[in-house]
Structures are given as structure tokens and as C-alpha cells.
Design a protein around this ligand. Structure first.
Ligand code: SF4
Ligand code: SF4
Length: 404
């Protein structure tokens, strides 16, 4: 009897692999490119773990794992984020596939991107130690957004270090994260990248400013109106089995979920955003920024959502009504030369401008270690922002509203 079960299970696995997706309970698992890993189609981002305590981290992680989520992205070098995740994963490490970033470090109280080998080493060893593990599944080269950055990466000592990590088994697969479709396409074609973390949602798929008008009948073509380089990137990854994990599924900071902030002028639901991304065959998982238990519960509604709830096509004729050059609170512009936590300032500024300045917002702003008024307009942060946000102008506006 036991043997029959084993044969049936093996047959099921073969069938599942051949039809690509597997389903357990309500969660669907997709292949992560050619890595041999099957990943839950919705997964966890690390950002929220900085904002909660270890007990809540454990509660959040337990709910995520029990719901079938098996993938997490950890880009943040903040020790609190990493320690909270490490604490929450103890005893269940083997149930989670970890995509951890190489080239991030926490320096002078700020998260920093680095290509210095010694710093990268320190940052990566810290990640392993805080996660209580001796390896991670995907070693993600943190943010390569320009052709110059890609050129610098190839043949660099930093890349040698990444290959060394793979040889030592400290990372099982090499990935790279990028917001730039041209660079992501180069990465996909390089021959040694297995996973790409890419920013994707209905707004980012439009050319900036909605330059390509929608045509009648375009509804039948999911790729109509999308930047052709992005289309090429998606097609290449699908046909060459490069795993693509999605960042900024909800537009970055949840912008698409609110009509007032949505670049498409209409509020999407989490289910519509997720369905939009997963409609592309190359996508392995949508990484969701989750700040608290309530948000996780809301995102997990995906598992029960009806087809009608997932249907986003009514909105698909929309052109961008606002420029996409808005802050997504991603922190990639850090470090600021005077220590301003730019992403946090922008987040509080947006809230104050949208709903009005409240004593609570002011108190949160006051508690920041440095304030917008300290901006010297040095411009050091500008080239690091993938979304071309005019950061010094944002700092001016924040100073005006918050008074310092
Ligand atoms: S321009 Fe302002 S916010 Fe940007 S790095 Fe310089 S001081 Fe910091
Ligand atoms: S200013 Fe740009 S890089 Fe900085 S947090 Fe906002 S979107 Fe990210």
C-alpha cells in the first residue's frame, strides 16, 4: 500500500512539473526558472519587519508559512529587520526559500548599497548570522539599474566574490535586482543569472507618461501599450526559463491601491495587481510588502479570491494620468550625505499632503534622527533613485510642512 502511495506521489510530481504549476491547499507554486525550486506565487518582502517587534514578526511569519508562502526577499541591511526575520524563522528555516541581497550593508545608521568586497562580505556574513543559517537559496546582487553599473559588475572583484559564495554553497543560485528593463534583459542574456527581481505592476508597464496610446481591440493583447523592451524581457525570461520575482507589485508603497496616489487614476485591489503580474508566464512570484498582520490577511485573500475579484481588464484602457516619478519608499537612494532617512521623510510627506498633517504624523516626523531641513541639496542621492524623484524638492516641501 505504501509503495502504491509512493508511485502515485511520484506520478503526481511528474505531472505537476510537466504542467509547470503545483497547487497545495489554496496556494499555487510556480517554478523559479530553471533552479528546480517551486515557489509560492505570492511571497513576503522584508520591509515591514523593521517596523514590528520580534513577537509580531513570529506571528506574521507563522501565518505566512501556514498559508503556504515559502519565499521571502531580504534586501534590507537593517539589523532589526534581519534579526526579526531570523527569530521568526527559527525551527522553520527549511520551509522558507530565502532570496537575500549581496551588496547591502548598514553603515552610520543607514542602509547602503555597496560594491566594495570587504563591505559586501561583512553585510552577507551578518545576514547569515542573523538568519541563523549557513546558506540562502538565492544570492541577489543588489540593484543594478544602469548599463554602466552592469559594465562595472562584469569581471569585477565583487562578482568574483558572488561566484565564490556559490562555489562554497553559501548561495545556491545567483540573481540580480533591477528596475531597468534594458539592464534586466542584459542580465537575462548573460548566461549566469538564474533569477531576476524586477519592478512590475500595471503602472510601471506603461511607458512613462503613457506615451503609447491604447488602440481599439488592444484588450485582447495583454502586451499592448507596454514598453517594447519590457515585453522583450518578459518573453526572453519565459522562453529561457529565467525566474522573475516581482517587486513593487502594488506600485511601490501601495500607490496603486489608492485612487489619490495611483498613477493610473484609479484604485486597484491587491488581487488585481497580483493577477496582472501573474498573467505573464515568466513570473514566478509576486513579493508583497507587508507591514502588519492585517495587511497580510488582506493579501492572503488572494487564495480565496474569485475570478471576478481578480479581473483587472476594466482598467486596462487607462493611460497614466500622473507621472511615475513618485517615491516608492524603496530606500535605494540611501545613504544621504547628512543622514536624512529620505524614504521615511517622503512617506510621511505623502501622508500629510494626502490626508492632512496630524499630531501623530508630526510626532513620527519629529522622532526621525535627521530632518528634511538638513538637506544641503548636494544631489548625491539623485543618481541612486530608480524613479527619478526630485529628492531635494521633496525635502523642501517636507521642511515647509513639518517645520524643520
Ligand atoms: S540632496 Fe539632500 S537628501 Fe539628497 S543626499 Fe544630499 S543632503 Fe541628502
Ligand atoms: S526617493 Fe527614489 S530611491 Fe529614494 S526611496 Fe523614493 S523612490 Fe526610492
Amino acid at each position: 500500500m505504501k509503495r502504491i502511495h509512493i508511485i502515485l506521489f511520484a506520478a503526481l510530481c511528474v505531472v505537476s512539473t510537466s504542467c509547470k504549476h503545483e497547487k497545495k491547499n489554496n496556494m499555487t507554486y510556480r517554478p523559479l526558472g530553471n533552479t528546480g525550486l517551486m515557489v509560492s506565487e505570492i511571497s513576503i518582502g522584508c520591509g515591514g519587519f523593521e517596523k514590528i517587534d520580534s513577537a509580531t514578526s513570529l506571528e506574521l511569519m507563522t501565518m505566512a508559512l501556514d498559508s503556504g508562502m515559502n519565499y521571502i526577499d531580504i534586501y534590507d541591511a537593517n539589523p532589526k529587520t534581519r534579526s526579526n526575520i531570523g527569530y521568526a524563522l527559527q525551527g522553520r528555516r527549511n520551509e522558507m526559500i530565502i532570496q537575500g541581497h549581496i551588496g547591502t550593508i548598514f553603515k552610520d545608521g543607514q542602509h547602503c548599497r555597496t560594491r566594495n568586497v570587504e563591505e559586501a562580505k561583512q553585510g552577507f556574513e551578518d545576514l547569515l548570522a542573523r538568519l541563523h543559517t549557513d546558506h540562502i537559496e538565492v544570492g541577489m546582487i543588489h540593484i543594478t539599474d544602469s548599463h554602466e553599473e552592469w559594465d562595472e559588475l562584469e569581471g569585477s572583484p565583487f562578482l568574483d566574490y558572488v561566484f565564490q559564495l556559490k562555489k562554497e554553497g553559501k548561495i545556491k543560485h545567483i540573481g540580480v535586482s533591477s528596475h531597468n528593463a534594458e539592464v534586466a534583459l542584459r542580465a537575462a542574456k548573460c548566461g549566469w543569472i538564474e533569477v531576476i527581481m524586477f519592478s512590475l505592476n500595471p503602472a510601471f508597464d506603461r511607458l512613462r507618461g503613457g506615451a503609447i496610446p491604447w488602440e481599439e481591440g488592444a484588450m485582447d493583447n495583454l502586451q499592448a501599450g507596454i514598453d517594447p523592451v519590457r515585453v522583450e524581457f518578459y518573453d526572453y525570461c519565459a522562453t529561457h526559463h529565467i525566474g522573475v520575482t516581482v517587486m513593487k507589485t502594488f506600485g511601490g508603497g501601495g500607490r496603486l491601491l489608492d485612487e489619490k496616489s495611483s498613477p493610473l487614476g484609479v484604485a486597484y485591489t491587491p488581487e488585481q495587481c497580483i493577477a496582472y503580474c501573474l498573467a505573464k508566464p515568466c513570473i514566478s512570484t509576486c513579493i508583497l510588502g507587508i507591514d502588519n498582520i492585517e495587511e497580510l490577511k488582506a493579501d492572503l485573500h488572494w487564495l480565496q479570491a474569485s475570478d471576478a475579484e481578480k479581473d483587472y481588464t476594466n482598467f486596462e484602457k487607462r493611460e497614466t494620468t500622473k507621472a511615475c516619478e513618485t517615491c516608492t519608499y524603496c530606500n535605494h537612494c540611501s545613504p544621504c550625505s547628512t543622514g536624512i532617512p529620505i524614504a521615511k521623510v517622503n512617506e510621511l510627506l505623502d501622508k500629510a499632503e494626502k490626508d492632512g498633517l496630524t499630531p501623530e504624523l508630526q510626532a513620527k516626523y519629529d522622532s526621525l534622527p535627521h530632518h528634511a531641513g538638513e538637506c544641503t541639496h548636494c544631489g548625491a542621492c539623485l543618481s541612486r533613485c530608480p524613479f527619478d524623484v526630485d529628492i531635494p524638492t521633496q525635502m523642501n516641501r517636507a521642511k515647509e510642512i513639518f517645520g524643520k
